[in-house]
Design a binder for this molecule. Structure first.
Ligand code: EPZ
Length: 430
């Protein structure tokens, strides 16, 4: 299994191109199930999760052609995917495919909406909490689907098709919002989603659905009005920049010191996290090409934060912020409000010398003067990259084991960091 070796203590200077967002690319690819016409997606990141979803979609009958290439020397153009689901040949999404990636469960809504039946394995994904799907199922039931659970599968039928309905989610869920939004695109009449997630990736999917002919109002707000159609058109859509990758590299610069342009990203995707980053003492500047992050010389100030749905501080950056706080000049408090078990990185950060106490959903981090390189284990995707950030700050060598989690969500991570001076390399093992 591959490992990543980092020699810490080197500042980052240069340009890092930001890839297309994993968490937008996945539901956008799934939207191809809604139409027999061609959906072209530009700026698709080359990630293990994207490749896994390709396998799942092909199993349903989606044809994929890829063009657009990355040049070498750190230039990143993203892939262009042409997805065509002329005919859905299989409405089952099997366990061995879906259990590896939670977002693949979102094929359920489009399959019932178009084929009036679907059999989809209950999902897997990062081990960060129990992660139920009750709101997905309630939402689809409200649109008229009959749903049973049989041997670990959700079996759904809608013999007369789906009908628009007013759905009020009891709490904000990104996945349940995607699921119902995608299904509502082919439902009869209007669907209203209240308390919808406002994450930019939802807005990106809604914008693409609009290009496919669905009328949607309220994009970017917590109430979405969706007028379903009998058939959808093809479309061409560019995946928005990855805000979590943006934040991760921004925190890495704050951690290691230096001056980096995060190219091709957008400040407004991450305003709350950038505000916090400023509190830590880093400079963050919106520039025409993206966002520039600088920290030269000064120490890292402690912060108090809690994770929130968008536009709040994202849970997907909680681990990375904790790594940064491990070397702050005081005591920081981080409360995780979205997932109940998203602290797997704490014990690994402790191996590098971090001083972190956990009480329920709250971590108290006493900044230490130095972290020291050690062997650590990647657990989930964002936890893994928090170890990279800690490794960049630590004295000596950090070896991160089990890095396949990183490959699920970070495109060319080592290349992007080493172009800016980091001493990081992948140690390949047969
Ligand atoms: C999405 O997961 C993201 N995944 C996650 O990113 C992200 O951490 C999360 O949203 C929150 O922003 C993708 O976009 C592929 P939720 P999702 O439904 O949709 C509870 C990453 O690292 N809930 O918004 O699974 C749930 O347990 C990943 O890229 C229910 O109770 O998250 C959680 O406490 C990890 N019932 C809360 O809602 C439901 O039916 C928010 O989860 C659904 C969710």
């Amino acid at each position: 299994m591959d490992r990543i070796k980092i020699i810490g203590g080197v500042p980052l200077n240069g340009v890092i191109p930001i890839s297309g967002a994993k968490n937008a690319a996945l539901p956008l690819m799934i939207a191809s199930l809604l139409t027999g016409e061609r959906l072209t997606l530009k700026n698709v990141p080359n990630l293990a999760d994207v490749n896994q979803l390709v396998r799942i979609l092909r199993n349903h009958g989606v044809d994929l052609a890829v063009d657009g290439k990355r040049a070498g020397s750190g230039v990143l153009l993203g892939d262009t995917f042409h997805l065509t689901a002329r005919e859905i040949v299989d409405t089952t999404a099997p366990y061995d495919m879906v259990s590896r990636m939670r977002a693949s469960f979102w094929v359920l809504g489009p399959l019932i909406a178009r084929m009036r039946e679907a059999r989809v394995s209950l999902p897997g994904g990062c081990a960060i909490g129990t992660r139920p799907v009750d709101m997905h199922l309630t939402g689809l039931k409200q649109l008229g689907a009959q749903i049973d659970i049989d041997s670990g599968y959700v079996v759904a039928r809608a013999p007369n098709g789906l009908r628009g309905e007013r759905i009020t989610f009891p709490k904000v869920s990104v996945g349940a919002t995607h699921q119902v939004l995608l299904a509502a695109a082919l439902a009869k009449g209007e669907t209203v989603i209240e308390n919808a997630a406002r994450e930019p990736e939802i807005g990106d999917v809604a914008s693409c659905l609009r290009k496919m002919g669905v009328e949607i109002e309220g994009i970017g707000t917590s109430t979405l009005h969706i007028q379903g159609r009998d058939q959808l058109d093809g479309a061409i859509h560019t995946v928005l920049p990855d805000r979590i990758e943006t934040g991760t590299f921004a925190f890495a610069v704050a951690a290691a010191g230096g001056d980096v342009l995060l190219k091709g990203t957008r400040y407004d995707l991450l305003s709350a996290a950038f505000e916090v980053l400023r509190e830590t003492g880093a400079q963050v500047e919106e520039v025409s090409e993206g966002v520039r992050v600088t920290r030269n010389g000064e120490g890292i100030a402690p912060v108090t934060i809690e994770t929130q749905p968008f536009p709040g501080f994202p849970t997907d950056l909680q681990a990375q912020m904790m790594a940064l706080m491990a070397r702050s000049s005081g005591t920081s408090v981080i409360r995780e409000t979205i997932f109940e078990n998203r602290f797997m990185h704490v014990q690994e950060l402790a191996r590098l010398g971090a001083d972190i106490q956990l009480h329920g959903d709250t971590a108290t981090i006493k900044g230490v003067e130095d972290l020291h390189g050690a062997q650590v284990m990647a657990t989930d995707l964002r936890a893994s990259v928090s170890l990279v950030i800690a490794g960049l700050m630590a004295e000596g060598e950090t070896m991160i084991n089990r890095v396949y989690h990183l490959d699920r969500g970070f495109e060319m991570l080592e290349e992007k960091l080493s172009c800016c001076g980091a001493r990081i390399e992948r140690v390949r093992e047969e």
